[in-house]
Design a protein around this ligand. Structure first.
Ligand code: CP
Length: 306
Protein backbone atom coordinates (compact mmCIF):
# COMPACT_ATOMS: atom_id res chain seq x y z
CA UNK A 1 0.00 0.00 0.00
CA UNK A 2 1.80 3.12 -1.22
CA UNK A 3 -0.84 5.64 -0.11
CA UNK A 4 -4.31 5.72 1.37
CA UNK A 5 -6.76 8.16 -0.18
CA UNK A 6 -10.10 6.31 -0.38
CA UNK A 7 -11.57 3.04 0.89
CA UNK A 8 -12.36 1.95 -2.66
CA UNK A 9 -8.66 1.67 -3.53
CA UNK A 10 -8.21 -1.03 -0.86
CA UNK A 11 -8.96 -4.65 -1.71
CA UNK A 12 -10.95 -6.71 0.80
CA UNK A 13 -7.76 -8.58 1.59
CA UNK A 14 -5.90 -5.30 2.25
CA UNK A 15 -8.72 -4.12 4.54
CA UNK A 16 -8.58 -7.42 6.45
CA UNK A 17 -4.79 -7.13 6.67
CA UNK A 18 -4.96 -3.65 8.19
CA UNK A 19 -7.62 -4.73 10.70
CA UNK A 20 -5.44 -7.70 11.69
CA UNK A 21 -2.33 -5.55 12.12
CA UNK A 22 -4.29 -3.01 14.17
CA UNK A 23 -5.42 -5.85 16.47
CA UNK A 24 -1.77 -6.94 16.78
CA UNK A 25 -0.75 -3.40 17.75
CA UNK A 26 -3.60 -3.32 20.27
CA UNK A 27 -2.20 -6.55 21.73
CA UNK A 28 1.31 -5.18 22.14
CA UNK A 29 3.11 -5.89 18.87
CA UNK A 30 5.69 -3.20 18.13
CA UNK A 31 7.25 -2.09 14.88
CA UNK A 32 9.64 0.76 14.22
CA UNK A 33 11.43 1.95 11.08
CA UNK A 34 15.04 0.86 10.67
CA UNK A 35 16.02 4.38 9.70
CA UNK A 36 14.95 7.85 10.73
CA UNK A 37 11.49 8.48 9.24
CA UNK A 38 9.88 11.90 9.31
CA UNK A 39 6.21 12.67 8.77
CA UNK A 40 4.08 15.82 8.90
CA UNK A 41 0.38 16.21 9.69
CA UNK A 42 -1.17 18.88 7.46
CA UNK A 43 -4.59 19.73 8.86
CA UNK A 44 -6.35 22.55 7.00
CA UNK A 45 -9.62 21.80 8.82
CA UNK A 46 -10.18 21.46 12.58
CA UNK A 47 -9.58 18.07 14.17
CA UNK A 48 -9.22 16.62 17.64
CA UNK A 49 -9.40 12.81 17.20
CA UNK A 50 -7.79 12.23 13.83
CA UNK A 51 -4.85 14.60 14.38
CA UNK A 52 -4.17 13.50 17.96
CA UNK A 53 -4.45 9.81 17.18
CA UNK A 54 -2.17 10.10 14.15
CA UNK A 55 0.34 11.88 16.42
CA UNK A 56 -0.02 9.15 19.05
CA UNK A 57 0.41 6.45 16.39
CA UNK A 58 3.47 8.22 14.98
CA UNK A 59 5.10 8.45 18.42
CA UNK A 60 4.38 4.78 19.14
CA UNK A 61 6.12 3.89 15.84
CA UNK A 62 9.14 6.02 16.70
CA UNK A 63 8.59 8.48 13.84
CA UNK A 64 9.84 12.05 13.84
CA UNK A 65 6.93 14.47 13.49
CA UNK A 66 7.50 17.91 11.90
CA UNK A 67 5.01 20.36 13.46
CA UNK A 68 2.77 22.05 10.89
CA UNK A 69 0.16 24.65 11.78
CA UNK A 70 -1.94 25.77 8.81
CA UNK A 71 -2.85 28.96 10.71
CA UNK A 72 0.79 30.15 10.89
CA UNK A 73 2.03 28.63 7.62
CA UNK A 74 2.71 30.37 4.33
CA UNK A 75 -0.70 29.18 3.15
CA UNK A 76 -1.82 32.48 4.71
CA UNK A 77 0.43 34.28 2.20
CA UNK A 78 -1.31 32.53 -0.68
CA UNK A 79 0.83 29.41 -1.04
CA UNK A 80 -1.13 26.56 -2.61
CA UNK A 81 -1.61 23.08 -1.19
CA UNK A 82 0.52 21.72 -4.02
CA UNK A 83 3.46 24.05 -3.26
CA UNK A 84 3.13 23.38 0.47
CA UNK A 85 3.34 19.63 -0.14
CA UNK A 86 6.25 20.03 -2.62
CA UNK A 87 8.09 22.10 -0.01
CA UNK A 88 7.73 19.45 2.70
CA UNK A 89 8.86 16.78 0.26
CA UNK A 90 11.89 18.92 -0.69
CA UNK A 91 13.01 19.37 2.92
CA UNK A 92 12.97 15.62 3.50
CA UNK A 93 9.60 14.63 4.96
CA UNK A 94 8.95 10.94 4.16
CA UNK A 95 5.13 10.86 4.35
CA UNK A 96 2.24 13.30 4.74
CA UNK A 97 -1.08 13.02 6.49
CA UNK A 98 -3.49 15.59 5.01
CA UNK A 99 -6.97 16.87 5.90
CA UNK A 100 -8.39 19.48 3.54
CA UNK A 101 -11.81 21.02 2.93
CA UNK A 102 -11.67 20.39 -0.83
CA UNK A 103 -13.23 17.12 -2.07
CA UNK A 104 -10.55 14.95 -3.74
CA UNK A 105 -7.78 17.50 -2.98
CA UNK A 106 -5.35 14.64 -3.62
CA UNK A 107 -6.15 14.47 -7.35
CA UNK A 108 -3.83 17.41 -8.04
CA UNK A 109 -1.02 15.84 -5.98
CA UNK A 110 -1.22 12.20 -6.97
CA UNK A 111 1.11 12.01 -9.95
CA UNK A 112 3.44 14.83 -8.98
CA UNK A 113 4.40 14.01 -5.40
CA UNK A 114 6.92 11.27 -4.69
CA UNK A 115 6.11 10.63 -1.03
CA UNK A 116 3.07 8.77 0.33
CA UNK A 117 -0.08 10.67 1.27
CA UNK A 118 -2.57 9.40 3.82
CA UNK A 119 -5.95 11.10 3.56
CA UNK A 120 -7.23 12.30 6.94
CA UNK A 121 -10.46 13.63 5.37
CA UNK A 122 -11.30 15.50 2.15
CA UNK A 123 -14.35 17.77 2.24
CA UNK A 124 -17.54 15.72 1.82
CA UNK A 125 -15.51 13.02 0.08
CA UNK A 126 -13.64 10.38 2.06
CA UNK A 127 -12.32 9.55 5.53
CA UNK A 128 -10.61 6.18 5.08
CA UNK A 129 -8.88 5.87 8.47
CA UNK A 130 -12.18 6.68 10.25
CA UNK A 131 -13.82 3.96 8.20
CA UNK A 132 -11.10 1.45 9.08
CA UNK A 133 -11.40 2.17 12.80
CA UNK A 134 -15.17 1.83 12.52
CA UNK A 135 -14.72 -1.51 10.76
CA UNK A 136 -12.39 -2.69 13.52
CA UNK A 137 -14.92 -1.69 16.18
CA UNK A 138 -17.73 -3.55 14.36
CA UNK A 139 -15.53 -6.62 13.79
CA UNK A 140 -14.57 -6.76 17.47
CA UNK A 141 -18.27 -6.83 18.31
CA UNK A 142 -19.76 -9.13 15.67
CA UNK A 143 -16.66 -11.02 14.30
CA UNK A 144 -17.97 -10.68 10.71
CA UNK A 145 -19.67 -8.04 8.56
CA UNK A 146 -21.78 -10.41 6.45
CA UNK A 147 -25.51 -9.90 6.94
CA UNK A 148 -25.19 -7.13 9.52
CA UNK A 149 -27.61 -4.23 9.20
CA UNK A 150 -25.89 -0.87 9.68
CA UNK A 151 -28.00 2.30 9.95
CA UNK A 152 -26.10 5.52 9.16
CA UNK A 153 -28.26 8.35 10.47
CA UNK A 154 -28.04 12.12 10.12
CA UNK A 155 -26.35 14.47 7.70
CA UNK A 156 -25.58 11.80 5.12
CA UNK A 157 -25.16 14.15 2.16
CA UNK A 158 -22.28 16.10 3.71
CA UNK A 159 -20.57 13.22 5.53
CA UNK A 160 -17.30 11.74 4.28
CA UNK A 161 -17.61 9.14 7.06
CA UNK A 162 -20.98 7.98 5.69
CA UNK A 163 -19.54 7.63 2.19
CA UNK A 164 -16.36 5.77 3.17
CA UNK A 165 -18.22 3.46 5.56
CA UNK A 166 -21.08 2.70 3.18
CA UNK A 167 -18.61 1.81 0.41
CA UNK A 168 -16.52 -0.46 2.61
CA UNK A 169 -19.34 -2.10 4.57
CA UNK A 170 -21.30 -2.89 1.40
CA UNK A 171 -18.26 -4.57 -0.14
CA UNK A 172 -17.76 -6.55 3.08
CA UNK A 173 -21.29 -7.95 2.89
CA UNK A 174 -23.19 -5.69 5.31
CA UNK A 175 -26.60 -4.18 4.54
CA UNK A 176 -26.34 -0.38 4.85
CA UNK A 177 -29.40 1.83 5.29
CA UNK A 178 -29.59 5.59 5.76
CA UNK A 179 -31.90 7.81 7.78
CA UNK A 180 -32.14 11.44 8.92
CA UNK A 181 -33.57 14.54 7.24
CA UNK A 182 -34.70 13.32 3.79
CA UNK A 183 -33.33 16.48 2.15
CA UNK A 184 -29.84 15.36 3.26
CA UNK A 185 -30.16 12.01 1.52
CA UNK A 186 -29.49 11.70 -2.18
CA UNK A 187 -32.13 9.33 -3.62
CA UNK A 188 -29.64 8.26 -6.29
CA UNK A 189 -27.31 6.95 -3.57
CA UNK A 190 -26.70 3.36 -4.65
CA UNK A 191 -25.00 2.33 -1.41
CA UNK A 192 -28.18 1.94 0.63
CA UNK A 193 -31.89 2.79 0.82
CA UNK A 194 -33.51 5.42 3.04
CA UNK A 195 -35.52 4.20 6.05
CA UNK A 196 -37.69 5.94 8.61
CA UNK A 197 -35.63 6.56 11.77
CA UNK A 198 -37.80 4.50 14.12
CA UNK A 199 -37.63 1.45 11.85
CA UNK A 200 -33.91 1.89 11.14
CA UNK A 201 -33.00 2.11 14.84
CA UNK A 202 -35.23 -0.79 15.88
CA UNK A 203 -33.97 -3.24 13.24
CA UNK A 204 -30.22 -2.52 12.95
CA UNK A 205 -27.18 -4.15 14.54
CA UNK A 206 -25.21 -0.90 14.41
CA UNK A 207 -26.79 2.52 14.86
CA UNK A 208 -24.25 5.06 13.63
CA UNK A 209 -25.11 8.71 14.26
CA UNK A 210 -23.63 11.62 12.34
CA UNK A 211 -23.10 15.24 13.36
CA UNK A 212 -24.82 17.99 11.36
CA UNK A 213 -21.96 19.28 9.20
CA UNK A 214 -22.89 22.97 9.52
CA UNK A 215 -19.62 24.07 7.94
CA UNK A 216 -20.61 22.40 4.66
CA UNK A 217 -24.18 23.70 4.51
CA UNK A 218 -25.26 26.55 2.30
CA UNK A 219 -28.67 26.73 3.99
CA UNK A 220 -28.16 26.45 7.73
CA UNK A 221 -30.43 23.95 9.49
CA UNK A 222 -32.27 25.76 12.25
CA UNK A 223 -31.80 23.64 15.34
CA UNK A 224 -32.77 26.52 17.59
CA UNK A 225 -36.29 25.07 17.63
CA UNK A 226 -34.77 22.00 19.30
CA UNK A 227 -36.72 19.42 17.31
CA UNK A 228 -33.78 17.67 15.60
CA UNK A 229 -33.28 15.08 18.37
CA UNK A 230 -36.97 14.14 18.45
CA UNK A 231 -37.29 14.00 14.66
CA UNK A 232 -33.98 12.52 13.56
CA UNK A 233 -31.80 11.73 16.57
CA UNK A 234 -31.24 8.83 18.97
CA UNK A 235 -33.57 9.53 21.88
CA UNK A 236 -33.79 7.38 25.02
CA UNK A 237 -37.11 6.01 23.76
CA UNK A 238 -35.61 4.93 20.44
CA UNK A 239 -32.64 3.35 22.26
CA UNK A 240 -35.10 1.20 24.26
CA UNK A 241 -36.39 -0.22 20.96
CA UNK A 242 -32.93 -1.25 19.70
CA UNK A 243 -32.13 -4.96 19.25
CA UNK A 244 -30.68 -6.49 22.44
CA UNK A 245 -27.08 -6.74 21.13
CA UNK A 246 -27.11 -3.67 18.90
CA UNK A 247 -24.43 -1.03 19.43
CA UNK A 248 -24.26 2.74 19.09
CA UNK A 249 -21.44 4.39 17.13
CA UNK A 250 -20.57 7.97 16.23
CA UNK A 251 -17.38 9.24 14.56
CA UNK A 252 -17.50 12.37 16.77
CA UNK A 253 -17.26 15.23 17.51
CA UNK A 254 -20.67 14.78 19.12
CA UNK A 255 -23.24 17.50 19.56
CA UNK A 256 -24.84 16.10 22.71
CA UNK A 257 -28.61 16.56 22.75
CA UNK A 258 -28.78 17.15 18.99
CA UNK A 259 -28.11 13.91 17.09
CA UNK A 260 -27.93 11.81 20.30
CA UNK A 261 -29.31 12.18 23.81
CA UNK A 262 -26.36 13.10 26.04
CA UNK A 263 -27.07 10.21 28.44
CA UNK A 264 -26.62 7.67 25.62
CA UNK A 265 -23.11 8.81 24.67
CA UNK A 266 -21.55 6.71 27.44
CA UNK A 267 -24.30 4.08 27.89
CA UNK A 268 -23.51 0.35 27.81
CA UNK A 269 -24.37 0.07 24.10
CA UNK A 270 -22.08 2.92 23.13
CA UNK A 271 -18.77 2.11 21.43
CA UNK A 272 -17.96 5.77 20.75
CA UNK A 273 -14.85 5.97 22.94
CA UNK A 274 -13.79 2.47 21.84
CA UNK A 275 -13.81 3.84 18.28
CA UNK A 276 -11.37 6.55 19.36
CA UNK A 277 -9.10 4.01 21.12
CA UNK A 278 -9.11 1.85 17.98
CA UNK A 279 -8.16 4.90 15.90
CA UNK A 280 -4.61 4.87 17.26
CA UNK A 281 -4.05 1.19 16.34
CA UNK A 282 -5.61 1.57 12.90
CA UNK A 283 -3.39 4.58 12.16
CA UNK A 284 -0.31 2.65 13.34
CA UNK A 285 -1.26 -0.16 10.93
CA UNK A 286 -1.85 2.25 8.03
CA UNK A 287 1.44 4.09 8.65
CA UNK A 288 3.33 0.78 8.86
CA UNK A 289 1.79 -0.45 5.60
CA UNK A 290 2.58 2.76 3.78
CA UNK A 291 6.12 3.15 5.15
CA UNK A 292 6.99 -0.48 4.38
CA UNK A 293 6.45 0.35 0.72
CA UNK A 294 8.82 3.29 0.78
CA UNK A 295 12.53 2.84 0.18
CA UNK A 296 14.31 1.34 3.17
CA UNK A 297 11.10 1.29 5.07
CA UNK A 298 11.23 -2.31 6.20
CA UNK A 299 12.19 -2.51 9.64
CA UNK A 300 12.07 -4.16 12.98
CA UNK A 301 9.26 -6.26 14.23
CA UNK A 302 8.81 -7.43 17.79
CA UNK A 303 5.82 -9.41 18.92
CA UNK A 304 5.56 -8.44 22.56
CA UNK A 305 2.11 -9.60 23.53
CA UNK A 306 0.73 -7.67 26.45
N1 CP B 1 -13.94 11.73 13.68
C1 CP B 1 -13.13 12.75 13.35
O1 CP B 1 -12.64 12.85 12.22
O2 CP B 1 -12.92 13.63 14.37
P1 CP B 1 -12.02 14.93 14.27
O3 CP B 1 -12.68 15.87 13.30
O4 CP B 1 -11.95 15.49 15.66
O5 CP B 1 -10.67 14.51 13.75
Amino acid sequence: MKKLLTMNELTISEIEGILHEAECFANGTSWIPKQLTTVANLFFEPSTRTKSSFEMAERKLGLEVIPFDAGTSSVLKGETLYDTVKTLEAIGVNALIIRHEQDNYFDELNEKIGIPIINAGDGCGNHPTQSLLDLLTIKQEFKSFKGLKIAIIGDVRHSRVAKSNAEALTRLGANVVFSGPPEWFDRTNSLGRYEDIDHAVATSDVVMLLRIQHERHIDKYDQANGDYLEKFGLTKQREKNMKPDAIIMHPAPINRGVEIDSDLVECSRSRIFKQMENGVFIRMAVLKNVLEQTEGGNIHENSNQK
